[in-house]
Design a protein around this ligand. Structure first.
Ligand code: SF4
Length: 382
């Protein structure tokens, strides 16, 4: 008999499951607390549940963690886990400690079908969506491991960012119950402002998220015009920038924060000129989207054919935006000694989409003239 993985359920789903077992719905709250607040996976431990319920659970349910393949801890305290999700696929999650918060970066898919040029996950192609249980299991494991590891009785993870492997809004049905569990006071009780979904711009799903489960939204913009964004973030061909910004504006009516965060990966000679910053200003002003910019130093990997922008250019870019009154931060790179920095997450994926071959055929990014002179073009750039 197949058993239900209780990590697949938000509280509402668990209540429905309890009813199917012939139990009262409120039992689900007790069970939910045991699993998520106390990290229990053995029903025999759950001593305030009736023995008859524990016996039913033992035959009908399980709490299934993801096997950890590797764990790496960086000198700066960042911890990266590689989890086995079966059938040759593995996904990563990263814990980033800071003075005032602990952030977990969570994966939503084994691989990713969007295929952004600057992203190692995109180069690996796509295998499959994670289940709700597999998304939730990353937080469940990390939170309870970290409490023991750091000797803390209280909550360690205060923030979750859906910025690991995958495009979360292309796995919407599994994502939303996982988000609800993160927010639930009977589970992790995270603030909506501290749970962030990062999307490359799946416009219809941005609208749905605003209605179903509004949390903080980060949008991977990475380019100030459609010609460049079509190449860097291929989803732009389906949902061009103007449509994306309109969706962002609609989302703000529901969002727990009064701004959208635009992520912008700084690529040497590609999208990092002052003119690009000025184009961005024109875009967000004409769309009327309240926003912040987060400039991300690119973490180069050979297959991308791209390089990191020099720091002075990043700072000059930030200055154009800041001086126009837009809050702009330059992301600190964390955990790059263990390949846990942004864009470096790349578990093992059985690529069913032949991404590597496709991407090798469309390396057509136009280098800025100044950089083109300085750089020796590779065969891929010609
Ligand atoms: S940046 Fe995000 S959407 Fe783009 S390929 Fe990587 S994981 Fe997918």
């Amino acid at each position: 008999m197949t058993t239900a993985n209780l990590l697949d359920f938000d509280l509402e789903g668990l209540a429905a499951f309890c009813e199917r077992l012939g139990e009262k719905r409120f039992r689900a709250t007790q069970l939910f607390r045991w699993i998520h607040q106390r990290g229990a996976s053995d029903f025999a431990q759950m001593t305030d549940l009736a023995k008859s319920l524990r016996e039913k659970l033992a035959t009908a349910a399980r709490v299934e963690a993801l096997p950890v393949i590797t764990q790496h801890e960086s000198a700066d305290g960042t911890i990266k886990w590689l989890f086995d999700v079966g059938d040759g696929n593995a996904v990563e999650a990263v814990f980033i400690p800071e003075d005032d918060r602990g952030t977990l970066c969570v994966s939503s898919q084994a691989g990713c079908a969007v295929g952004c040029r600057f992203c190692s996950t995109g180069h690996q192609g796509f295998s499959r969506n994670l289940t709700t249980g597999e998304i939730t299991a990353q937080l469940w494991f990390a939170e309870h491991f970290l409490r023991k590891h750091l000797g803390r009785a209280e909550r360690v993870i205060s923030n979750v960012v859906m910025m690991g492997m995958g495009e979360p809004l292309q796995n919407y049905a599994a994502l939303v119950p996982a988000l609800r569990t993160m927010l639930d006071d009977n589970a992790y009780g995270l603030s909506r402002r501290r749970v962030t979904v990062s999307t490359s711009g799946v416009v219809p799903m941005i609208d749905r998220l605003g209605g179903d489960c509004p949390v903080a939204l980060a949008v991977s913009l990475h380019a100030p015009n459609d010609a460049l964004r079509d190449d860097l973030v291929p989803l732009n061909r389906k949902y061009p920038i103007v449509e994306l910004l309109e969706a962002c504006k609609r989302y703000l009516a529901h969002a727990p924060r009064d701004f959208i965060t635009f992520e912008y990966c700084m690529l040497d000679g590609v999208n990092d000129q002052p003119e690009h910053a000025r184009q961005l200003l024109d875009l967000v002003r004409s769309a009327g989207v309240s926003c912040k910019f987060n400039l991300i130093p690119f973490n180069p990997f050979p297959a991308s054919g791209l390089l990191r922008s020099p720091q002075p250019r990043v700072l000059a870019f930030a200055k154009v935006l800041s001086e126009a009154g837009i809050v702009t931060t330059v992301r600190k790179t964390r955990g790059d000694d263990i390949d846990a920095a942004c864009g470096q997450l790349a578990g093992d994926v059985k690529d069913r989409t032949h991404a590597a071959e496709r991407m090798a055929q469309r390396r057509t990014v136009i280098l800025h003239p100044a950089s083109r002179q300085a750089a020796t073009p590779t065969a891929e750039e010609q």
